[in-house]
Write a protein that binds this ligand. Structure first.
Ligand code: PNS
Length: 166
């Protein structure tokens, strides 16, 4: 790794919506990376269907990280490795909460390694208070009227409330 080139990392995901767990991972990654590009994957590029439109997810992320100049948020279509190349990134950031995450993450990391030779995935471990947290659980709890204010930041909370207002 060259010392005079900034280390650009990409943190890809669905972020539907961004949780405090994602926020924690993003901030931890900046202890190592100089710049972080958060890449919101278009639905066509992944298996799940979502709650928020991609533009809304990007908007929420931008609001959440508005104060951090080292973080940029963009959406992407197609392969992650192509997105990384276009961003000049040498590292992909992913969070590992529990052993249950491991197999899926390992598969993706190794496939990406095959697709792009100089590709590295760096795993970050969230604070223990977020180890159970997932965007899908947040969506479910919010939909059923539960309080998710401990798990998401204000811009997300407002949109969840608006979405599930009874
Ligand atoms: O947070 P998620 O939903 O688990 O993120 C999955 C994501 C977006 C990182 C993954 O689906 C992805 O990289 N999609 C882009 C398409 C791609 O490159 N697929 C091959 C991955 S091995």
């Amino acid at each position: 790794m060259s010392v005079d080139r900034p280390l650009i990392a990409v943190y890809p995901g669905s972020f539907d919506p961004v949780t405090r767990g994602h926020e924690d991972i993003a901030r931890r990654s900046l202890r190592i990376a100089d710049e972080l590009v958060i890449g919101v994957a278009h639905s066509a590029t992944q298996r799940k269907s979502g709650l928020f439109e991609i533009e809304e997810r990007v908007a929420m992320l931008r609001e959440v990280f508005a104060a951090d100049e080292r973080i940029r948020v963009v959406s992407f279509e197609g392969l992650l490795v192509d997105f990384c190349r276009a961003q000049g990134a040498s590292v992909v950031v992913r969070g590992l909460r529990a052993v249950s995450d491991f197999e899926y993450e390992l598969q993706m990391a190794q496939m990406n390694q095959e697709l792009l030779g100089d590709f590295e995935t760096a795993f970050f471990v969230p604070d223990v208070q977020y180890s159970f947290l997932s965007a899908s659980l947040v969506r479910e709890v919010a939909k059923l009227g539960g309080d998710v204010s401990a798990f998401v930041s204000e811009p997300v909370l407002g949109r969840l409330r608006a979405r599930f207002q009874r």
